[in-house]
Design a protein. Structure first.
Length: 225
């Protein structure tokens, strides 16, 4: 028994962190069962704040379920769609096959694979930063922020910290599941607003879905004219 436990722990340690390849085929179905439409709605909330043209970074976009809506709303945008899971990338690409004029580049990788001189008019992080514990989350966000243009916006959607018993149980179950199948780094939901404060990014608008325990927000660097 103990021998099997040690082998299990070693296998987990050798597995890539935040690896969603194994759940790519069922991720959207799981999300729909647990959260209904709330995850999708939170991502749609502030898309109309994006510029009509320009270059945006969409990191951790998973299966790209929102891409057709994003393209329909802003067809002139150039999009770098970045995700660490190649299987998620494959699913995202399929969603835009019937839209050959979509200006989108799919990149399999992490924040470290962004071109050093790339700059963006907007950054999208939808249910992405929750993969990391606080210190790593700040490190990742700082790296992304170096690629945000002056005056650019950051659209963010994620989970609120749990307050009710049911939310705490759901959070615990969610992290236990994704720890096992995807080896995510985080153990719990932490307050993202503290991260954005340290980046000098100021909240412009926020919309909360308290029942689902999710929220959407727009951040921007406040500059002196």
């Amino acid at each position: 028994m103990w021998h099997k436990f040690i082998i299990s722990q070693r296998n987990r340690m050798s597995k890539k962190t935040n690896d969603f390849n194994s759940v790519a085929g069922m991720y959207d179905s799981i999300a729909n069962v647990v959260f209904k439409k709330s995850l999708m709605e939170s991502q749609l909330n502030f898309l109309d704040e994006l510029p009509q043209e320009g270059h945006i970074l969409f990191i951790g976009g998973g299966s790209g379920k929102i891409l057709p809506d994003l393209w329909k709303l802003r067809p002139k945008l150039h999009i770098d769609f970045l995700d660490a899971s190649q299987k998620m990338i494959n699913k995202a690409e399929k969603r835009l096959r019937r839209k050959p004029n979509a200006k989108i580049r799919f990149i399999s990788g992490t924040e470290n694979d962004i071109e050093p001189d790339a700059t963006y008019d907007a950054i999208l992080t939808f249910f992405f930063l929750d993969l990391f514990p606080t210190e790593k989350k700040l490190k990742v966000a700082k790296k992304l922020n170096t690629h945000l243009k002056k005056g650019g916006i950051w659209l963010h959607a994620d989970f609120n910290e749990a307050h009710t018993f049911m939310q705490r149980m759901r959070e615990k179950s969610m992290f236990l599941f994704f720890k096992m199948v995807s080896n995510i780094e985080a153990d719990k939901i932490t307050d993202d607003s503290l991260v954005f404060d340290q980046l000098n990014l100021h909240l412009q608008r926020k919309k909360i879905n308290p029942k689902a325990g999710v929220y959407s927000a727009i951040y921007k660097i406040e500059t002196l004219d």
